[in-house]
Structure formats: structure tokens, C-alpha cells
Design a protein around this ligand. Sequence first.
Ligand code: HEC
Ligand code: HEC
Length: 262
Amino acid sequence: MVGKSSKYVFLLAAVLALSPAGGLAATKKVAKKTVKAPVVEAPEAAPANKPVVTQISAAIAALKADPETGRQINGVCAACHGDSGQGGKKGEYPRLAGQNVEYLMGQLHKFKGRNRSNMPMFPYTEERELPDEDIVHISAYLASIKLDTAYPVFKDTDDALTRLQATEKVLNIPRSEGDIEAGAKRYKSECASCHGHTGMGKRAVPMLTGQYTVYLKRQIDKFIKGERLHDEDEKDTSKELLSQLKPEEIRDILAYLTTLDD
Ligand code: HEC
Ligand code: HEC
């Protein structure tokens, strides 16, 4: 009796697996996986408002990413990070434009793998929304956007829209309070070895120059509290470099960084 019923269960399972319903579910699952990230066309996507994409570095070019796909994905990101990846709300949303491509890809993988928490971005980084190949397209697209740091000189004939669109692509971080000279010294001795002498970072090390002070400070606080890891191989946050600096020393470094994008 026992043997008979288990044989029946086996048969039933086999029938279910082979039934059209089972087959359909399987195809659906496959189809779901290949669904592209939702493409939300930014209403302002007129050619004139396309971000300025200038010289593309070898690292970006090597990825062979599709700029058009990147631009389309950016429609989703633009709601928070701005049309040109310039960030927003004074640093609540960080600047992404011109950030190092390897760093951008790394962070998106961290968000996706829940290795860096980010509640606002949670729904945008799930596998279905942001498959790995889209991470390449969007990162290459954002990394290749160049933002100006000074306002252009307008011609009398430039209309209000042209002026507005041009000013949106300008990002100059306002000076923050602190001892710039002391900050420069500390930055050069403690940070420049990785973040570079001009604060531009390299590969998986982010550029700090041209990033919002409020955002940088928030990340520093997270590193100190252990909510984010500055060094992946160092889980002991008391050994964290930034935990060893006094608040005024951090303030001075941040003040110095605001002078680097002038
Ligand atoms: C709902 C708002 C929102 C949307 C939409 C959004 N982000 Fe973000 N993103 C944030 C916030 C907030 C942070 C900063 C989190 C923090 O303070 O740690 C962030 C951080 C990031 C960072 C880390 C930057 C750094 O310097 O470490 C990257 C990279 C990023 N977002 C990429 C994207 C991409 C690509 C998209 C579109 C696919 C996107 N974001 C869509 C809100 C958003
Ligand atoms: C040993 C190399 C190294 C040194 C030294 C270093 N950093 Fe970093 N820093 C990194 C790396 C790598 C990351 C990216 C971490 C990640 O993947 O999340 C980073 C990220 C950051 C971020 C977050 C940026 C963003 O866009 O989210 C800030 C802020 C920062 N560092 C500030 C500093 C300051 C200030 C100093 C000097 C006191 C410093 N770092 C020294 C390697 C370093």
C-alpha cells in the first residue's frame, strides 16, 4: 500500500511537470528574467538636454556599453539623481556624473547584493529591474557625463530654456566651513594615497571632488558607525581610519575638498 501511494505521488508529480500548465509557468519564469529594466522616458529627453558626453576613458570604452541603453535606463535614476546624474536636493542624492565607472558598477552590485543598504534605491536594484548587463550600460553612461563647474557665458539670443538646460549641467560644490590649509595637509597624508592628489579616485576608489559635502559627511558617519564598510577587508570599525580623526579634522578635509572642483 505504501509503495503504491508513493508511486502515485511520483506519477502525479511527473504529470504536473509535463502538463502545459507547468510548461507555461516555466516559460513565464524565463521570460520574466529577460525583461529589461523599465524604460521611463524622461519628458525632457529632447536632444538639446542630453548630457554632455565628452572624451570617454579607456576604462569606459573597454566595457563596450551601449550609450543609448544607458540613457534609457537613466530615465529611472533621473528622478532622484537628476537628468545629467548631477545629484539633487543638495546632496540627499549623490552626484553620479563623471564618477569612476568601476566604482559605480561596484556600488550597484553592492546595493543589489544588499551589501550596502539603500532604502530609497531598494526597488530599483532588484535583478528584474537591474540585470548585470544593465549595470554596465548605466555605469558607463553616467561615468562619461562631464559636468561643468562654471556657468557658461550666454549670448543675448539664448532663450530661457537654453539657459536653464545649460545651468542644470553645472555643478560647483559650495565652500564648506573649515580650515582649508589644515584640511589639505591631512587629506594629502591620510587620503590621497587612495583617493588621489586631486580627489578624483581611481578604479574602485570613488572621486570625492565635486561630490556634495552633505553626502560625503553622511558616508563618513556611516563608516564610523559601521553601517557601511570603507575597507572591505577591515570589519573592525574601531580600526577604521575615519574613526581616528577628530570631528574638526574631518570638517577641514571636507572644506579642502570643496576647493578642488573650482
Ligand atoms: C528614489 C530615489 C533614487 C532612485 C530612483 C535612484 N537612486 Fe541611486 N541613490 C539614492 C540615494 C538616496 C543614494 C544615497 C544613499 C546613501 O546615502 O548611502 C543613492 C546612491 C547611489 C549610488 C552610490 C553613489 C556613491 O557615490 O557611492 C549609486 C551608484 C546610485 N545611487 C546609482 C543609481 C542608479 C544607476 C539608479 C537608476 C537605476 C538610481 N541610483 C536610482 C536614491 C535613488
Ligand atoms: C586604503 C585606501 C583608502 C584610503 C587611505 C581612504 N579611502 Fe576613502 N574610500 C576608499 C574606497 C575603496 C572607497 C569605496 C568603498 C566602497 O566600495 O564602498 C572609499 C570611499 C570613501 C567615501 C565614500 C564616497 C562615496 O561616493 O560614497 C568617502 C567619503 C571617503 N572614502 C573618504 C575618505 C577620506 C576623507 C579619507 C582620508 C581621511 C579616505 N577616504 C581614505 C579607499 C580609501
